[in-house]
Every structure is written in C-alpha cells, then in structure tokens.
Ligand binder design. Sequence first.
Ligand SMILES: [Zn+2]
Length: 169
Amino acid sequence: MSVIDELVAANKEFQGRFDYGHLPRRPSRAVAVLTCIDARVDLYALLGLKPGEANLIRTAGGRAADAIRSLVVATRLLGVREIAVVHHTDCGLLAFGNDEIREMVRTELGERAGSAAARMDFLPISNLVASVRQDVSLIRHTAMIPDDILVRGFVYHVEDGRLEEIDVT
Ligand SMILES: [Zn+2]
C-alpha cells in the first residue's frame, strides 16, 4: 500500500463531511498567494483562509518565474486583485545552489538528465529579503499583470509561525 492509497482512503472520509460543493470558481476574497511547496507551510492555517477564498500557487521556493502563467489566469479569469508572495526560512532552495542541484541530478540520474538540468535554472535563494523583492518586482514588471494589481512580499518563519512583511518599495 502506497501513501497515495492512504490519501485515496482519506478522501472517502472527506466525502462524508464535504459541504462546499456550492462554492463558485472565483475566490471570494480576490487574492492569490504564491508560496513554496514546503510541507510545513500550511497556508490555510497561517493566513486564516478557508476553501473558496483564495488562489494558492505553489512552486519550489515560491519563486515567481514559474508561477506567471497561474498568476495571469488568477488575475484575468478568476478576478484576483491582490497577490502575496511568501518565501520562508529554512527553504530547501536556501541550502542548495544551481551547481549543486545540477550535479546531484547528473550523479544520481545520469548524463541525459544532467544535460537537461544544466539548462534549467532551479532559482536558488541566497537571501530571503532579496528573493522576495526580486519576485515581487518580476510580477510587477510582467506586462500580463497590470499595475492596478497589488503585490506584496513576505517571509514566513517556519520556526515560530511569524509572517514578516518585506519592504518591496
Ligand atoms: Zn521552500
């Protein structure tokens, strides 16, 4: 039995108490949150969100470069007016650089995978304040996301649950 089997079994329980089939597609609070895939970042809990209220977009590191497509969909199709970028302490991308990740892929998976990895920017983070500023700026300067969309940046502290706003002006 795989973990996924356990997830499928959990869904059976979920269906028994499911009660938000009435929710519309558009998030009721017109907000999108971009954050990391990190398993410790419980966005619903840490931001007081409920299903139906926000578009949650997750990429490794919460990096914006691979979230633009989703942010355009959120703002054009789903009525989102505000975007919060949330990076976090102890992120895996703080621990490894591009060279290390590429070498890991090459060593563990062979030459073909290594060549593909050599062409990929894994968007490592050396400084959290800088990465938040960079990603807020990237979103603000994307022509498909207009200037009237509010974009703010934060660092979430996985050690104590604190959300710290970063000055991105
Ligand atoms: Zn992370």
